[in-house]
Write a protein that binds this ligand. Structure first.
Ligand code: HGY
Ligand code: MN
Ligand code: MN
Ligand code: MN
Length: 425
């Protein structure tokens, strides 16, 4: 990325929330790191003469062109690209930021080509996409689109019991202003999110061959398979599980006298894996909070989160139903945090995006098990599509997440083609 605007943007972002030991990132919503990232976003926008509009949730949109005048004159929204800047704990560098940096780099490329958009174009930063702090994924786009009420979001709490409302106040924002934003939704006439691939498809030529749309074009090297177009997002949901116990002394309480919430958590975690294997989906317990979380105290309560997904909704539902009845047997509670049905991206926009990427030659359509703001917007009826950039490790939500420099530039090339097409009319 040496020497390109991409490189300098990447270099700006790198130190924010970076853990020197692991090389991973911790960039949670409405924290100091988030504030730094939001300031960076505004600086990048202003350096390009873009006007930053924020919606009532705090999602940022850097506009090239007067989108309100366009909506008034044509009834059509502008074109939006971008992604998110927040991360999972110890997350990778690319998940989210690659889409935002590529959006700004595509604006630079369009300008270098002398493109003057007939339709306003924005780069977006959606807030709290990972839900790493408050537990609900895509909270920014869910509240924006009305898929989650402001009241529910504001009441969510983090591991320290800080509510979203308190976090907003601490960030200098008024929770009373927080909520769905019809005006901003109206401005989004089309959303194209570029994202690093999560999982192994593009990085494995064998799988790429099987994904090829048109075998006849198999020999055509569309940037060596570095880019794919989003087909759909698998059904996915999150559930919060609370398990009971009785606090007591680790050294003086006989085994027979224990009611140990941690033991129940172990049983539930094993039940999750067994059910996922039985029904054919993926399910994870990745976060667990023990109370009082003391080395020498028997846990009186364990809260854990279940993340279940898969191409087959019934497999996911069967898994969660089985786990829920196991939790009930153990005296625990299950609360659904979020559910997203199988979300195909907007068909005509996706075909247009696909055609704009070198005529679609050898550019596969990729369904993904990862959730995205583009999926939430598509489900809310906002025309949305995705581009994926090859990740040779296939690993994501980890410092191992990676994309080659050349593939990042190819992703910007592809995004620039797509945006040039979309802003023309
Ligand atoms: O969890 C997800 O799928 C997304 O990365 N937020
Ligand atoms: Mn992610
Ligand atoms: Mn992401
Ligand atoms: Mn995502």
């Amino acid at each position: 990325m040496a020497g390109s605007p991409f490189a300098s943007m990447w270099a700006d972002l790198d130190p924010v929330g970076r853990d020197g030991r692991t090389g991973g990132y911790r960039r949670y919503a409405w924290t100091r790191e988030d504030a730094t990232l939001r300031e960076w976003f505004v600086a990048q926008a202003h350096a390009r003469g873009l006007d930053v509009l924020e919606d009532r949730v705090g999602n940022q949109f850097a506009w090239w062109g007067d989108v309100d005048a366009h909506v008034t004159a044509t009834g059509q929204g502008g074109v939006v690209t971008g992604s998110h800047l927040d991360s999972v704990p110890d997350g990778g560098a690319f998940d989210g930021p690659l889409g935002v940096v590529s959006g700004f780099a595509a604006v630079d490329a369009l300008r270098a080509k002398g493109v003057r958009p007939a339709r306003p174009l924005a780069v977006a930063n959606f807030v709290d996409e990972e839900g790493a702090r408050f537990g609900v994924a895509c909270a920014g786009s869910r509240v924006l689109s009305g898929a989650m009420t402001a009241e529910r979001a504001l009441g969510l709490t983090d591991v320290d019991g800080v509510s979203m409302a308190d976090a907003l106040r601490a960030s200098g924002r008024d929770p009373g202003e927080y909520g769905a934003d019809e005006d901003m939704l109206r401005r989004i006439g089309a959303f194209v999110e570029l994202h690093v691939e999560q999982g192994q498809a593009l990085g494995d030529p064998g799988r790429l061959a099987r994904l090829r749309l048109d075998e006849a074009s198999a020999g055509v090297d569309a940037w060596g398979g570095a880019v794919a177009v989003g087909a759909s997002i698998h059904p996915h949901g999150r559930w919060r599980i609370d398990l009971p116990g009785t606090a007591n002394h680790a050294g003086t309480t006989a085994i027979a006298d224990r009611s140990d919430a941690m033991l129940l958590a172990a049983e539930v975690t094993l039940a999750v894996r067994a059910a996922a294997e039985r029904y054919g989906c993926v399910a994870t317990v990745g976060r667990l909070e023990a109370t009082p979380n003391g080395i020498n105290a028997i846990a009186s309560h364990v809260r854990l989160w279940l993340d279940a997904r898969g191409a087959d909704t019934s497999a996911v539902r069967a898994t969660v139903t089985e786990v829920s009845s196991r939790v009930a047997d153990l005296g625990g509670q299950v609360a659904e945090q979020s559910w997203t049905d199988d979300t195909p991206f907007t068909a005509d926009l996706t075909s247009r995006v696909h055609a704009a990427v070198r005529g679609g030659q050898d550019v596969p359509l990729l369904s993904t098990g990862a959730g995205h703001d583009a999926g939430v917007l598509a489900a809310a009826g906002v025309p949305s599509a995705m581009l994926f950039v090859r990740n040779p490790t296939g690993i994501s939500h980890s410092p191992q997440e990676f994309a080659e420099e050349a593939d990042c530039h190819t992703g910007v090339d592809a995004l620039t083609c797509v945006l040039e097409d979309l802003v023309a009319v």
